[in-house]
Design a protein around this ligand. Structure first.
Ligand code: CA
Length: 667
């Protein structure tokens, strides 16, 4: 970091601070604001004159005048002529007036944080609740409500709460307590607080949102020169903190880089602004090559973070374009983002619902459509994206149905794009990180508007042992639709694609995962044009134990026939049957089942496993048929493998009621 401490300013710093004594807390970095700004910018001439005279009060006033009238820097995503407050934002703002802070979507109604705000209040020991409190989700709603109504309660609440937050969450809190001879307990509590309040992810979020709050409130008489001084000094502290503490990898790093770019472009008055911008762009350009597989999927293998990454990349590009920095992004950057958008709609079901692998939640259709529309504006020549953005009103469907994303291990086996289609999405990819789960080989199967096998979801993130236990339940391999040994979690998650083949009649996918020491799981999935999904599982290797294939259904009433066939019992007639058959007799084991579509929301559902014992070196196979129920296929299901079948060359005849099929693959 370059330091710009001019002797004169350093000498005057003490004087400058006294004008704000009692109001402005000491910051971690003891620098005068005027040391941080480039006062040689012609538009800051009056500010510089006041600073040169040592009149910081006057300088603050001139600076406020400057920011109220400066040639606007465009803030991507904010249209001051068209500010709207959603119902949720109105509630967040109104509750914030009473110090009920919307800290986390999953913890509603919001908790009360005290008349004298306790920023360390932690009613449920879920890390996210405490981290996200420091994202100040209700600040933009307060600023918007003020902007639209000029009701001073909103801006006063924002200014008071931000100032209070700054005072009670000093970045150098630990050093200060140590210098004051505080107890080890106090210091430990302070250190913990800073870990939450100043995690770069949260600091970056504030770095971004403070810009919107600034733009919406700067014209208010309540926005005083003193507050401007506090605002800008703490803003720079945020930028400096993120710049020097970037997360190591993943979506956090992307978020932080995008926000640094925004900071650098929005406040060019800071001497360090070009460095902030350069740093953000450099990281985004580098990480887009690292974090996106050649097939276009983000490497955390989570649909939600994949979409978030697209938005980050496009936000950064949008901000750069608006302010004349577009050439700092190479063409390959935008091509990669484009590819990422294509992955998104390929993984969706025809009703715009999404698979919930990893930490993915259920995305609502309206926000997905919004995203598609904004992407479509960036890629206007993409006819397919236009089709999905307009719900088929414009553009064109792709000339294919099934699609593979073999580097990231996502596969869509699709009979069509309409509501009568059958769509299976399979996840069988490489190792990934925190948001990923040991679920290789799992799938979701959607038929005519119903997802019969929604993924269990994630329910919560991290926290104390009770919270972590809840997370771990949803992470288990056995709550996914794949194969386990003794119900244990997979030891290795590194699936390879062995075969992919599409024809007008069916799609075939064969993948293999070295699941456990001594057990390799090979899975072939056949998806037919009339909705059948046939799965051939092979378990081979030295290991011995109970091999189970797990099936986690949607919440439904189900029944088992004598031959082990499971049927769903929906009144609307959209039902399926499932039958498994193996090289040895199978045991059906009913299991605990839950599905979570949103944070801290869950619903019970039927789940079971078909099991058989495996001896060391023994090779097992199990064939499963999932068949939609209709008039033609009402009779029993028969599964007859060819007796010469091997794991490399398998053939099976399947009869479902009045229809007979033959499935085979050869590697
Ligand atoms: Ca899962």
């Amino acid at each position: 970091m370059k330091r710009f401490a001019m002797a004169l300013c350093a000498a005057l710093l003490a004087i400058g601070s006294t004008t704000l004594a009692g109001e402005v807390p000491t910051l971690g970095d003891e620098k005068s604001l005027y040391d941080l700004l480039d006062l040689d910018r012609p538009a800051l001439k009056a500010v510089k004159r006041a600073v040169d005279k040592g009149n910081f009060e006057a300088a603050d006033k001139e600076l406020l005048r400057y920011f109220r009238t400066r040639k606007a820097v465009a803030l991507y995503g904010l249209d001051l002529q068209n500010v709207k407050v959603s119902k949720l934002e109105q509630r967040q703002a109104d509750e914030a007036l009473e110090h009920k802070f919307y800290a986390h979507k999953g913890y509603q109604p919001s908790f009360f944080y005290g008349d004298d705000i306790d920023w360390r209040y932690w009613p449920v020991k879920d890390n996210e609740l405490r981290w996200q409190l420091h994202r100040h989700y209700w600040f933009i709603p307060l600023a918007k409500c003020y902007y639209l109504t000029h009701d001073n309660r909103y801006i006063d609440a924002w200014i008071d709460q931000y100032t209070d937050w700054v005072k009670k969450n000093p970045l150098d809190g630990v050093e200060r307590l140590q210098a004051a001879g505080a107890s080890q307990e106090e210091i430990a509590a302070e250190r913990e607080n800073i870990r939450f309040a100043w995690r770069p992810m949260e600091a970056g979020r504030r770095l971004q949102d403070l810009l919107t709050e600034f733009a919406l409130t700067i014209q208010s008489p309540r926005f005083t020169p003193e507050f401007l001084n506090l605002f800008l000094r703490t803003y720079r502290q945020h930028a400096d903190h993120v710049l020097n503490n970037y997360s190591e990898k993943g979506n956090h790093l992307l978020f932080e880089a995008q926000r640094m770019l925004f900071a650098g472009i929005y406040f060019p008055e800071f001497r360090e602004a070009p460095e902030w911008r350069r740093s953000g762009i450099e990281i985004l350009n580098r990480e887009i090559g690292i974090q996106v597989y050649p097939d276009g999927m983000q490497f955390e293998l989570d649909f939600g973070y994949h979409i978030a990454a697209i938005d980050i990349f496009l936000k950064a590009l949008g901000m750069a374009r608006l302010n004349g920095f577009e050439e700092e992004f190479p063409a390959s950057y935008i091509e990669t983002v484009h590819k990422m958008t294509t992955v998104t709609w390929n993984l969706l079901f025809p009703d715009y619902s999404n698979p919930m692998f990893g930490d993915t939640k259920s995305h609502d259709k309206a926000s997905l459509l919004n995203q598609f529309r904004s992407w479509s504006r960036v890629f206007p020549d993409d006819r397919q994206l236009e089709w999905f953005a307009s719900e088929g009103q414009r553009g064109a469907l792709p000339d294919y149905t099934s699609q593979q994303f073999p580097q990231s291990g996502f596969y869509t086996l699709r009979s069509g794009w309409d509501m009568d289609a059958t769509v299976t999405v399979v996840k069988a990819g490489p190792p990934a990180f925190w948001h990923n789960q040991p679920d290789n080989g799992t799938f979701e199967y959607w038929h005519r508007g119903r997802n019969f096998f929604p993924d269990s979801g994630s329910y919560v993130y991290g926290g104390d042992s009770a919270v972590l236990a809840q997370r771990n339940w949803f992470r288990q391999t056995r709550v996914h639709n794949t194969l386990t040994l003794d119900n244990r979690n997979l030891e290795t998650t590194d699936s390879k694609l062995l075969h992919w083949e599409t024809s007008p009649e069916q799609t075939l996918l064969v993948t293999e995962n070295p699941s456990y020491k001594g057990l390799t799981h090979r899975r072939a999935l056949f998806s037919t044009q009339d909705g059948l999904l046939v799965i051939v599982d092979h378990a081979s290797g030295d290991a011995a134990g109970t091999v189970g294939i797990h099936f986690n259904l949607c919440p439904a009433t189900v029944s088992f026939a004598k031959d082990g066939t499971l049927s769903t019992r929906f009144d609307d007639g959209n039902n399926i049957r499932i039958k498994s058959s193996g090289c040895k007799p199978l045991h059906i084991q009913q299991e605990e089942g839950w599905v979570s579509n949103a944070y801290r929301k869950k619903e019970q559902r039927p789940a079971y496993a078909v099991e058989m014992e495996k001896q060391p070196g023994e090779e097992l196979w199990i064939v499963t048929v999932i068949a939609p129920e209709d008039d033609e296929r009402r009779g029993s299901i028969a599964i007859v493998p060819d007796r010469n079948s091997t794991a490399d060359r398998f053939q099976v005849a399947v009869r479902v009621g009045g229809r007979t099929y033959t499935f085979k693959y050869e590697l």
